[in-house]
Each structure stands twice: as C-alpha cells, then as structure tokens.
Design a protein around this ligand. Structure first.
Ligand code: MN
Length: 124
C-alpha cells in the first residue's frame, strides 16, 4: 500500500516570527512561508509566500539556525501529519490535511509572483 505524503508546519522564530508550511511532493518539500500561520477556521484566508523547495529530510528538523545564517532563529514543529491531494494544478492546489492540530480541506491559490492565498475550505 502506498504511504500517504506528509506535511509539516514549522514555527520559525526568525527576525519575524512566521510559520513554514511544507508539502512532501516530487521528492522534495514544497514550501511556503505563512506569516500568520495555517488558517484553522473555514473561510479564513492567509498569505503564503512561496520559498525554495527544501530537502525531504528537513521535514523532521527542529533546532536553531545560527546567527548570521539565513533564517537565523529557532525552528520547531508546530504540526505534522499526512495529506491527500484532491487536485494539483500550476496555480491551484486542493488538498486535505490530517495533522494533529490541522485537519480538513485546504486550497493554495497562486496570486502573483511568489504570493499565494492559503484557504481553509468550508466543505469537509
Ligand atoms: Mn522560515
């Protein structure tokens, strides 16, 4: 049986506290920085800024990125789990998260440049 792909939400206390949302796909972690965190309420939309793919083994990373390095600050796992893709198109990804805190249907919708909207969908 195929293993479900995983996701992680890193809480990243860099110069500006933000959350990094990462989906396991195509052998890497597709990643977005989400300043206000993953929406927990249906209908809520949050900005998600696409950032470079991370290596798959970063999914378990916790620790401190040293001063002077990009993203310096503490990284902890805020949530993790598996997800199922409903549809994955270039500008719109619809998926269902099954994490410890984060569950339900979500969409990431590309807006402009690196900016995406991260929405928790009403349907369940
Ligand atoms: Mn970050």
């Amino acid at each position: 049986m195929l293993k479900k792909p995983r996701f992680v939400v890193h809480r990243h206390a860099a110069s500006h506290l933000h959350y990094d949302f990462r989906l396991e796909a195509e052998g890497v972690l597709k990643s977005w920085a989400v300043p206000k965190g993953v929406p927990q309420t249906p209908g809520v939309r949050r900005l998600a800024v696409a950032v470079p793919d991370h290596a798959l083994d970063y999914i378990d990373f916790t620790g401190v990125i040293p001063e002077g390095e990009y993203g310096a600050g503490e990284v902890e796992i805020w949530d993790k789990g598996s997800y199922e893709v409903e549809s994955w198109k270039k500008d719109k990804i619809v998926f269902r998260l099954d994490g410890n805190k984060t569950k339900g249907s979500y969409a990431l919708v590309h807006m402009k440049d690196r900016n995406w909207l991260f929405l928790k969908l009403k349907k369940d």
